[in-house]
Ligand binder design. Structure first.
Ligand SMILES: Nc1ncnc2c1ncn2[C@@H]1O[C@H](COP(=O)(O)OP(=O)(O)OP(=O)(O)O)[C@@H](O)[C@H]1O
Length: 793
């Protein structure tokens, strides 16, 4: 420590220049260097204005009667002449910057790793710049200096002008790439980032920990400061460079703990960096691999083309003739007149199935009076399905809906092709059909969040269900949505069997994806409840509130698949003939459905329930409360209409896809889009013929209510190949969780779940305990070995 520095030639002296500088000496020496560099800078700059007049004084250094005009007088004139004229020309100003930085490093006791690099690059830059000026401004030797001029001359003798030019260009590229780390895409980010850290480093006077990455910092210093020349004093040169080259060499600079502590601060900065680090990992992953793309596995999947859908002869829009309109208008006006109701104004909006006549009655007419005339108006118009809306919400008019003589079929093709649907930025967009004003009606199933459909037989429910499923098939990739189809009638949804491995989800042990057996329905619903719980668990761990945020986070690679995270597809549960199910299974299905309806919205499970019989024992209070979005096709009685919609109106519909949709308060009349069975067949055929996933999406296994562990009877030979490894993992960790098996053995969730069930059957783990991990019943590996060998004996 007290060893003297291997100082060039100067004899070991007692005081002199020891490079082992104390804190005070560093400040003094650093300050001196900085001041010297400033003086030289001004001297160099003033040289360019005074050199001609000072020229004659260069030999008169000792003559005190002569005064030079240089800012540093004769000293300045001589040094400048030597460094600028005889040296490197204007680029020598960079020396002053290097000198200044060296002084600053000493003054602030900064760590000096970067300094040598600055000097090297500074010198390279000085030489390159000098040669470049010599080349481009050969008529101005003061710009390039003697060195620049001579080197140019020398190089041109061998390489000619072109050769020197190319050499300079190459030098420039090297400097840009190596010194400034230049690359077009990084340039912006780099400058922002490093600018900040540079500023804080200087501000704090602190030597921030310089790691490899910080070398870039140093470059910036150079970049910012180097533009001024410097005279390299012998001592600067001889001392500083070796000192800086050996950072670890304690001989060079004395490290005073107290002084160092002074400069340590900004814990805050460290915390920030830590935060950024975790962000950066995902950013880097995204940068390297792009966002996670769930559709990649079926990257070549093609959405069904529009051609698969028929026009249904309604390509030319709505057909209604003027006469019919006039006739209806006159009849309405007359009927009302008969009851002494005057009309101030009447307006017609023609829809595909019905025309809406909006009337503004004379002042003083009571609305209820018009409402009561509903049947009379229907009689006089001799038409079924007249509906009076008094008043039309938000419009201040009374609406009378009169069916068109020739209803226009709204083809599925027309609604799918509509730009409203095509451009819909929704999670689960559904094009139901067209409203009374002939607008395509598109809603987001994810926002509903569940849908109840009811209507008497033959009024268009099945077509409606097909319209919902078709909409989703046209808009969502198989990776994004999965259907669980329950069809007790066994014939309505069979066509969708073809897309089993693309879009359907099923229980692991079931053959058919479309569920037709009521017993299986119970298992499936309970399995969905387990899936819901699992998903909530994942959301909790990921600290997000819903599936949208979760998937966005997963796509941004901020959730690690090794921790059990995965991209979650939406699950749409479709139950046709719900009444039938309730009649046969009652509470057993109502409970899980109510649970799903109450809780599943956030995790992307959405229910669509269709029923023919809208009686209160089917659509119970608990179901209704959780299905704010409801669709009523034509029903036979007002009571049914009230059961479904809480208001009448559905009894006045005309059937064939004429429907009322409510999502809270408003009731909208819609003509459901028509999609025929052959069209659905073509679509499913088209999708089914493409490359698919190996299997349908598997739901978690549900083993029934009364399985308290022992009742699960797994055949030993049916056990998973990884059963033993899994058992060991569980026993060693003493934690019975499927996600542990998933992580350690890199298995999928479903398989891990199945193994857990097998472990339970084998008596290695206890029964399912909700969100807690299962109890491990085997204390150690030895006991496990014994248990398994007894089993096989
Ligand atoms: N949107 C529609 N546009 C035109 N016609 C329709 C529409 N919806 C249904 N229809 C006609 O009504 C018929 C019966 O429709 P659908 O099979 O959907 O009734 P449903 O309510 O499912 O009957 P069920 O409950 O007995 O199965 C269809 O065959 C079709 O001719």
């Amino acid at each position: 420590m007290a060893k003297k520095v291997k100082k060039p030639k100067s004899t070991p002296n007692k005081k002199g220049f020891s490079l082992k500088l104390s804190q005070q000496n560093k400040i003094i020496f650093g300050g001196l260097l900085m001041l010297l560099s400033i003086a030289l800078f001004f001297s160099f700059v003033s040289f360019y204005f005074t050199w001609q007049e000072d020229q004659s004084l260069l030999t008169e250094f000792a003559n005190r009667n002569e005064q030079a005009r240089n800012l540093l007088n004769k000293f300045g004139a001589n040094v400048s002449h030597f460094v600028l004229y005889k040296g490197f020309g204007v680029s020598s100003i960079i020396f002053t910057f290097l000198l200044f930085i060296t002084g600053l490093y000493l003054f602030l006791s900064m760590q000096k790793q970067g300094l040598l690099r600055k000097w090297i690059w500074g010198l390279v830059f000085i030489i390159w710049f000098s040669v470049a000026l010599g080349f481009f401004a050969s008529g101005q030797p003061l710009l390039g200096g003697m060195v620049g001029y001579e080197m140019n001359d020398f190089l041109q003798d061998y390489g000619g002008k072109v050769g020197v030019f190319l050499l300079l260009l190459f030098g420039l590229i090297v400097i840009l790439v190596r010194l400034f780390q230049f690359s077009p895409d990084k340039a912006v980010a780099y400058l922002n980032d490093k600018g900040k850290s540079l500023a804080s480093e200087f501000k704090n006077g602190k030597s921030a920990k310089v790691d490899d990455g910080d070398r870039e910092n140093d470059i910036l210093y150079t970049k910012e400061k180097e533009e001024t020349p410097v005279v390299i004093d012998t001592y600067t040169h001889k001392k500083d460079i070796p000192v800086l080259a050996k950072e670890d060499d304690e001989e060079e600079f004395e490290v005073k703990v107290g002084a160092e502590e002074d400069t340590i601060a900004m814990e805050v900065e460290k915390i920030k960096e830590e935060k950024e680090e975790s962000d950066n990992i995902s950013d880097k992953l995204v940068e390297d691999f792009g966002e996670f793309d769930p559709t990649l596995e079926l990257g070549n999947f093609k959405f069904p083309p529009l051609d698969l859908l028929d026009q249904h002869g309604a390509s030319g829009g709505i057909t209604i003739n003027q006469e019919e309109l006039e006739e209806n208008k006159n009849k309405i006006v007359e009927t009302l007149k008969n009851y002494k109701i005057g009309i101030a104004q009447i307006k017609a909006t023609i829809g595909p199935t019905v025309t809406l006549y909006e009337i503004v009655p004379d002042a003083g007419v009571r609305i209820s009076k018009i409402k009561n005339l509903e049947d009379d108006i229907a009689l006089s118009l001799a038409a079924l399905g007249i509906r009076i809306i008094a008043p039309i919400p938000g419009k201040g008019t009374i609406g009378i809906e009169v069916p068109n003589k020739n209803a226009t079929i709204v083809s599925m093709r027309s609604v799918i092709a509509s730009s409203k649907f095509q451009k819909a930025e929704m999670q689960l967009p559904i094009a139901f059909g067209k409203t009374i004003s002939n607008e395509t009606f598109v809603v987001d199933l994810a926002k509903m969040p569940h849908l109840l459909m009811a209507g008497a037989t033959g009024q268009g429910k099945s077509v409606g269900l097909n319209a919902v499923l078709t909409s989703l098939l046209y808009k969502k990739h198989p990776a994004e949505v999965k259907f669980v189809l329950i069809d007790p009638k066994k014939v309505e949804l069979t066509l969708f069997n073809k897309i089993e491995r693309h879009y359907l989800a099923k229980l692991p042990d079931s053959e058919e994806a479309i569920i037709t057996d009521n017993n299986k329905v119970i298992n499936t619903l309970n399995s969905l409840c387990i899936e819901m719980d699992n998903r909530y668990e994942l959301l909790k761990v990921a600290m997000v509130r819903n599936i949208k945020e979760y998937n966005a986070k997963f796509k941004a690679r901020k959730l690690n698949p090794n921790d059990g995270h995965m991209f979650l597809p939406y699950i749409v549960l479709v139950i046709d003939e719900f009444a039938d199910l309730i009649m046969t299974a009652g509470k057993e299905v109502e409970t899980p459905i109510a649970r799903l309806a109450q809780l599943a919205r956030a995790i992307g499970i959405h229910l669509i329930i269709a029923t023919q019989r809208p009686s209160v024992n089917v659509i119970t209070g608990i179901i209704k409360a959780n299905f704010p979005a409801r669709i009523a096709f034509r029903v036979t009685s007002k009571i049914d209409s009230r059961t479904i919609l809480d208001t009448q109106g559905a009894d006045q519909l005309i059937g064939r896809g004429d429907m009322l949709f409510t999502q809270g308060n408003d009731v909208t009349r819609i003509q459901c889009a028509f999609v025929d069975t052959p069209e659905v067949a073509k679509i499913t055929e088209f999708i089914g013929s493409q490359r698919a996933y190996p299997d349908a999406h598997l739901l978690p296994e549900y083993l029934g209510n009364d399985d308290s562990g022992t009742s699960i009877d797994y055949n030993i030979s049916d056990r998973d190949a990884m059963f033993r490894e899994a058992a060991e993992v569980i026993v060693i960790a003493q934690q019975g969780s499927a996600s542990l098996i998933q992580r350690k053995l890199k298995l999928g969730y479903n398989r891990a779940g199945r193994i857990i069930d097998q472990l339970e059957a084998a008596g290695i783990v206890g029964p399912f305990e909700g969100s807690k991990a299962r109890q491990v019943l085997v204390p150690d590996i030895y006991a496990l070995d014994q248990l398994l060998s007894n089993e096989s004996a």
